[in-house]
Design a protein. Structure first.
Length: 127
């Protein structure tokens, strides 16, 4: 039998559309995409790309915590960038948040992201 639950936390930005922050099915959590929105102000953090990336990881971390895990439980991470020239910055900031074994990952160049963000990430978590 499938045990499905919607995950929500006020420590991450509220959904700005018809989706949940995450959905947990049994011991797997599917994280919706997070852009660098400050959860208190719902304003984009875009001082620089590294600040944006940190905000995305902070948002993902909050949703992971609400699901009973943390970033180390991410097994698959998808990264969407409007400028693949920021790939090095992603690696540098990711090293601040993750230790080996690192999650499986994809980095995808896209032309646009919601609210004009430069970066968005989603992932799969196993608790």
């Amino acid at each position: 039998m499938t045990n499905k639950a919607v995950i929500h936390t006020d420590n991450a930005p509220a959904a700005i559309g018809t989706y949940s922050q995450a959905v947990k099915v049994n011991n797997t959590v599917y994280l919706s995409g997070q852009i660098p929105l400050d959860p208190q102000t719902m304003e984009l953090v875009d001082a620089d790309i590294k600040a944006s990336i940190r905000q995305v990881f902070d948002n993902l971390s909050a949703v992971c915590a609400a699901s009973g895990g943390d970033l180390s439980n991410i097994v698959k991470l998808n990264i969407f960038l409007t400028d693949l020239g920021n790939f090095t910055a992603v690696n540098e900031v990711m090293a601040e948040y993750f230790q080996q074994p690192f999650p499986a990952r994809a980095a995808i160049g896209v032309s646009e992201l919601p609210k004009g963000a430069q970066v968005e990430m989603d992932g799969i978590v196993v608790i």
